[in-house]
Design a binder for this molecule. Structure first.
Ligand code: BG6
Length: 487
C-alpha cells in the first residue's frame, strides 16, 4: 500500500501581496502587485494579465481609490496573523509557506540599508510561528518586486537588480537564519514567459513587441544569476538549510498521436523545463541555443556567469500545480481552456473549475515522475488547490465538498507518486485561508479551509470561519495522508 514518507511536511501556502494588506504601513514601498487593478467578473476567464506602461503605473500610484486595488488591503494578515496562525496550528500544519515582501525590507529596492520596521514584522511573525510549532518556508520574491525598480531601472532586464536582490536575500537570511531553514527564490519564475510584468517587472515602455523576447531572455538570465547568488548566500549563512527554485508545474499533453502534436507538446513542456534545467542542473539546455537563434535574441552574458550558475544549483525544486494543458500543431483549431498564466486547448477528458481551469489530478503524478526522472532532486508541492465560490449557509456552516474532492484526488495521486519512488518533501495547499486572487484580485475566488468575511468590494467583517474542508484537512494531516476519504 502506498503511503507518504514519515517526514512529509503538511501545510499551506500564502503570499504577502495577497494577504498582508497594510500596503503603506511601517515604511513599506509599493510593489508591482499594489498597482494592479481588479478584474471585473465578466473578464474572469479572459487571462488578460496586466502589462502596464510607466504612465499607467504612475497613475495607479496616485490613485487613492484603494477599492480598485484589492491587494493593497489583502485579508489584513498584517494585523491578524496571530489569530490565523492559531487556526493553522489547529489544522495541524507542520509548515506554512509565506513570502517576504521585498519592499517592506527595501522600500525602493536599491537602498543600502534595510527598513527595520519591515524586518521586525517578519521577526515577530516567525517567533509566533515558532510558538505555534509551525515551520516557515519562505519565498523571497512572490510577485513583489519594488515598483521603483520598474520605473527607474526598467525591471529585471537591468543587471543591477541582481545585486539588489542579493543584498535583500543576504539581509533577510542573516537576520532570520535561526528561524528559517527552507527558502524559495522566485515564485513561478516561468511566469515571465506569459506575463513579463508579473514575472520580470517589465513594461512595454522600452520594449516594443520586436525586442520583448530579448528583454525576457535577459530578465531570465538575471533572475538565474540572482537565484544562484541566493543559493550561495544560503550556503554561507545557513549551511544546514535548503533552498529551492519554484515553477508553475505544467504538464503538456499532445492533442493527438500525430508526431507534430507530440513534438509541439515537447516544445511547450520545455517552456517550464528551461527554468528548472538552468537552476537545477546549472547550465543552459542545448535546445535553448536554437530558441535564441530562431528568435534572433539571446541573453547577454558576462564572463564567469556560466561558471557561477554551474557552481550554485538549487537543493530542491518547488512547484505549483493546478491543471494540465493540451498542445497541438500551430494550425490546429479548437476551443481554448482558461488559466491564470498558462493554458492550451480544452481537454475533452477533464472537468473544469468555475474559472475554467482544467482539473487533472493524474497529471500531477505524471509530472512529478517526469521531473524526478529528469533532475533527481527532491520535489516540494508548494501550491495546489481549487478556486471556487463558497456559500455561507443560514446556520453559518460552509459546505465545500468540491474542494475536498479536488484536494483528495490530487493527494491520492501524490501518494502514488511517492510509491513510484519520487522524493517528496511535502505539500502546502494554496490559500488555506481565503485570500485575494492573484490573477483577478477577486475575493469571491476562494481556496481556503478558512472562510474570510470579505467581498470583492472589500466589504465585510474579516471574521474567520472554519469550512467543512477544515475538519477534513485536519484529519488528512493527523493521519499523514492515510485518510483521504470524502468525510
Ligand atoms: C499561482 C500563484 O499562480 O496561482 C498564486 O503563485 C496564485 O499567487 C495561485 O494565487 C492561484 O491563482 P489565482 O489567480 O486563482 O489566484
Amino acid at each position: 500500500m502506498s503511503e507518504f514518507p514519515k517526514a512529509f511536511k503538511w501545510g499551506g501556502a500564502i503570499a504577502a501581496n495577497q494577504v498582508e494588506g497594510s500596503h503603506d504601513q511601517d515604511g513599506k514601498g509599493p510593489s508591482i502587485s499594489d498597482v494592479v487593478k481588479r478584474v471585473r467578473p465578466e473578464d474572469r476567464r479572459s487571462m488578460k494579465l496586466p502589462f502596464p506602461s510607466h504612465d499607467e503605473i504612475q497613475e495607479a500610484l496616485l490613485d487613492t481609490n484603494h477599492a480598485e486595488y484589492p491587494k493593497r488591503r489583502g485579508i489584513d494578515f498584517y494585523n491578524r496573523y496571530k489569530e490565523d496562525l492559531a487556526l493553522f496550528k489547529e489544522l495541524g500544519f507542520d509548515v506554512l509557506r509565506i513570502s517576504i515582501s521585498w519592499p517592506r525590507i527595501f522600500p525602493q529596492g536599491d537602498e543600502m540599508e534595510p527598513n527595520e520596521a519591515g524586518l521586525q514584522f517578519y521577526e515577530d511573525l516567525f517567533e509566533e510561528m515558532h510558538k505555534q510549532g509551525i515551520e516557515p518556508v519562505v519565498t523571497l520574491s512572490h510577485y513583489e518586486t519594488p515598483i521603483h525598480l520598474v520605473l527607474e531601472y526598467g525591471g529585471w532586464k537591468n543587471r543591477e537588480l541582481v545585486a539588489f536582490f542579493e543584498r535583500y536575500s543576504r539581509t533577510v537570511m542573516a537576520r532570520f537564519k535561526d528561524h528559517v531553514a527552507y527558502w524559495i527564490t522566485f515564485n513561478e519564475i516561468n511566469s515571465m514567459f506569459m506575463s513579463p510584468y508579473i514575472g520580470a517587472a517589465l513594461t512595454p515602455d522600452d520594449a516594443p513587441e520586436a525586442t520583448r523576447q530579448q528583454d525576457i531572455y535577459q530578465a531570465a538570465h538575471h533572475q538565474f544569476l540572482a537565484n544562484a547568488a541566493a543559493v550561495k548566500a544560503k550556503k554561507e549563512l545557513i549551511p544546514e538549510g535548503q533552498i529551492g527554485c519554484m515553477v508553475i508545474g505544467m504538464i503538456n499533453y499532445p492533442s493527438s498521436p500525430h508526431p507534430e502534436d507530440v513534438r509541439q507538446a515537447m516544445e511547450d513542456q520545455r517552456r517550464t523545463y528551461f527554468f528548472t534545467d538552468v537552476m537545477a542542473r546549472g547550465h543552459y539546455p542545448a535546445y535553448s541555443r536554437r530558441w535564441f537563434e530562431e528568435a534572433g535574441a539571446a541573453p547577454e552574458m558576462e564572463p564567469g556567469d556560466e561558471a557561477f550558475l554551474a557552481e550554485h544549483p538549487v537543493d530542491y525544486i518547488a512547484l505549483s500545480y493546478y491543471m494540465s494543458a493540451v498542445s497541438a500543431r500551430p494550425e490546429t483549431e479548437g476551443e481554448k481552456a482558461a488559466g491564470n498564466l498558462m493554458s492550451g486547448l480544452k481537454n475533452p477528458y477533464l472537468e473544469a473549475s468555475d474559472w475554467g481551469w482544467q482539473i487533472d489530478p493524474s497529471g500531477l503524478r505524471t509530472l512529478v515522475n517526469q521531473m524526478y526522472d529528469r533532475y533527481e532532486k527532491p520535489l516540494f508541492i508548494v501550491e495546489n488547490g481549487l478556486g471556487a465560490f463558497d456559500e455561507v449557509e443560514e446556520d453559518g456552516t460552509i459546505q465545500d465538498p468540491y474542494r475536498v474532492d479536488y484536494l483528495r484526488e490530487h493527494l491520492q495521486q501524490l501518494k502514488a507518486a511517492a510509491a513510484d519512488g519520487v522524493d517528496l518533501i511535502g505539500y502546502t495547499a494554496w490559500g488555506p485561508i481565503d485570500l485575494i486572487s492573484f490573477s483577478t484580485s477577486e475575493m469571491s475566488k476562494r481556496y481556503g479551509f478558512i472562510y474570510v468575511d470579505q467581498d470583492d468590494d472589500g466589504n465585510g467583517s474579516l471574521e474567520r470561519r472554519r469550512k467543512d474542508s477544515f475538519y477534513w484537512y485536519q484529519k488528512v494531516i493527523e493521519t499523514n495522508g492515510e485518510h483521504l476519504d470524502r468525510s
